[in-house]
Ligand binder design. Structure first.
Ligand code: ZN
Length: 150
């Protein structure tokens, strides 16, 4: 994971989006994400093309979670302990024994080294700009309307 330069708001939104996709479609978290401050994109492996209604549901669900004002917390725990509730198969081989687990309320938990906001109320409004579906890959492009435009 080389996500040191990630925008904290976008990056937190990515966690919420990943968990939302897992819950709505039973797919894996995105293995191909491009996160930038202005707009980002994430790919998901899904067997059927989602309807416009489903795309709307993704956006609605992410915004529901954001509006719950969930605390974003981190803790450092041994991999052995974390593997009980996290899929650690994608961690690089040189990952130290103690890993950083980032939680978004009780909604999501994920091993991550990137920067995050402290509360989902700092993320802004999640907006899917466009999507495409090719060969089993759903690509979502999204932006954030931020609470305080800096
Ligand atoms: Zn993260």
């Amino acid at each position: 994971m080389s996500e040191k330069n990630y925008d904290p708001q976008m990056h937190t939104a990515e966690h919420i989006l990943n968990q939302t996709m897992v819950r709505l479609f039973g797919c894996s978290r995105s293995k191909n994400c491009h996160i930038e401050r202005k707009k980002s994109k994430c790919d998901y492996l899904i067997s059927n093309e989602p309807s416009m209604e489903q795309i709307g549901e993704i956006e609605r669900t992410v915004n529901e979670i954001i509006s719950m004002n969930l605390a974003v917390t981190e803790e450092h725990i041994p991999q052995g302990e974390a593997s009980a509730f996290l899929d650690l198969s994608k961690l690089p081989a040189n990952t130290p024994d103690t890993i950083r687990v980032v939680r978004i309320g009780n909604y999501d938990a994920c091993a991550c080294i990137g920067p995050h906001v402290e509360n989902t109320n700092q993320v802004g409004v999640f907006n899917i700009i466009s999507h495409s579906y090719n060969d089993g890959v759903l690509r979502l492009r999204f932006k954030l309307n931020r609470p305080n435009q800096q």
